[in-house]
Design a protein around this ligand. Structure first.
Ligand code: HEC
Length: 124
């Protein structure tokens, strides 16, 4: 174990430092998405949802002007990311794009919250 070649150690050090410093990722492809099942991610998304989305999507995504977001097993993480980023229209109803308002991290958090509503029964 003592005989790790020095060249490999040198090669690893920058990687270790990069991981420890965890710089804010600036990725366009969403590769740097957070753990969508983590309670902290879901909670951050819930908070932002309640501030920005309830008006159209109802309490806990129960629906309104915007589509109901409960019990939606058809919504994939990628679809949520793209749709929240770029907005959506249905007839004369319009959801604005949110990518100027929120970071990618924040958009993933919103998606994570919506995914957490998959097993919430839709209100009648
Ligand atoms: C001004 C009203 C409005 C606000 C505010 C709004 N939305 Fe929407 N949203 C809509 C409309 C309208 C649609 C398209 C309706 C449809 O698909 O039935 C939509 C569609 C969506 C969809 C796609 C649903 C589907 O079935 O394809 C998602 C996901 C979504 N919104 C998430 C959000 C999130 C997250 C926020 C807050 C950041 C938000 N919306 C804020 C009106 C709104």
């Amino acid at each position: 174990m003592r005989s790790i070649p020095i060249s490999i150690q040198r090669g690893l050090m920058p990687l270790l430092f990069a991981a420890a410093a965890a710089p804010r990722p600036a990725l366009a492809d969403g590769a740097q998405r957070p753990d969508l099942d983590s309670p902290a991610t879901i909670a951050a998304g819930a908070k932002r949802f309640n501030q920005n989305c309830v008006y159209c999507h109802g309490n806990a995504g129960s629906g309104g002007k915007g589509a109901a977001l409960q019990g939606r097993h058809d919504l994939t993480p990628e679809y949520l990311f793209q749709t929240i980023s770029n907005g959506k229209t249905r007839g004369s109803l319009l959801m604005p794009a949110w990518k100027e308002a929120f970071s990618e991290q924040e958009i993933w958090e919103l998606g994570s919250y919506i995914l957490s509503l998959r097993d919430v029964g839709t209100k009648k």
